[in-house]
Design a protein around this ligand. Sequence first.
Ligand SMILES: Nc1nc2c(ncn2[C@@H]2O[C@H](COP(=O)(O)OP(=O)(O)OP(=O)(O)O)[C@@H](O)[C@H]2O)c(=O)[nH]1
Ligand SMILES: [Mg+2]
Length: 290
Amino acid sequence: MIRVSSALLDNNKKISLLFRALKKPPSGVIDMVTTGTLVNIVFLGTAGSGKTTLVSSFGRWLEKNCGYTVGYVNLDPACLETPFKTSFDVRSLFTTSEIMKREKLGPNAAIVRCSDLMSKRAEEIAESIGRVESDFRLLDSPGQIEIFVFRESGPRIVSALSKKGYTVCIMLFDKTLTSTSVDIATAQLMSLVVQLRIGIPMITAISKADLYPDSNVDALLSNQSLLFDAIEKEGEKEGAYGDLSLQLPSIIRSFKSPARIIKTSAITEMGFNELLDMINETTCACGDLT
Ligand SMILES: Nc1nc2c(ncn2[C@@H]2O[C@H](COP(=O)(O)OP(=O)(O)OP(=O)(O)O)[C@@H](O)[C@H]2O)c(=O)[nH]1
Ligand SMILES: [Mg+2]
């Protein structure tokens, strides 16, 4: 972790720290930013899961509630507009619609082409993001997660970015993809696969929780024993697929330290304190993510 002596902190940072002290930061765990570490948070998630809206809302919350400075980064070349003012926008280099026209490609081929261009220019993109001087840099990613994570662009950009600050990922799932115990285990496996691809700490979160304030799977999100018991019960009913789902707990147990899944809402700010706590906890190898 980079440590900067308080003598080197500029006036803005001092004001920000004072503001935070007065407002009492929500997190009781290590406050990384007071040590001068810049934090990159990459928002990944399934299409339409609410990445862009959460970047905007969580960023505003970090600024207003905690007094942090926040830089917003758009890495989605297909989006038309962003609800935040960007400090870096990949659309300043190319856009999907411009590539469609210029190279006479359909929308999917153009998205793939953009991803490959992002990969080629990963160092340059990370350099530009690295120049954003904010406590937190929030990065919005393309809608199609597979294009970012399962091609070269995501891993390359994240790897280059990791040299420019502490980098962590929030993997967002729509509530409709986490309605049963097997869904939740599948989401955890998907987070694990994404983490293997991009190689940085991962926090799994459910979006739009304001639409489902009390769900019957809530207890399973934070208690892995309960989750595994529920999968066993569900698996017993399901025949051949049941056998597969019965294997899920042991796979998750073998590869992933227990981690709770956080319910978030960009509208009510539900789960934002927990998200910040989890980000802090990922910096500590002994962090209790259960
Ligand atoms: N009720 C509710 N709606 C939300 C929330 N977050 C996002 N939405 C809605 O979900 C839809 C998709 O949100 P986006 O933020 O564009 O999702 P995205 O993941 O960035 O979408 P793509 O980049 O196209 O994959 C929009 O209609 C949002 O208003 C939330 O916390 N609560
Ligand atoms: Mg988006």
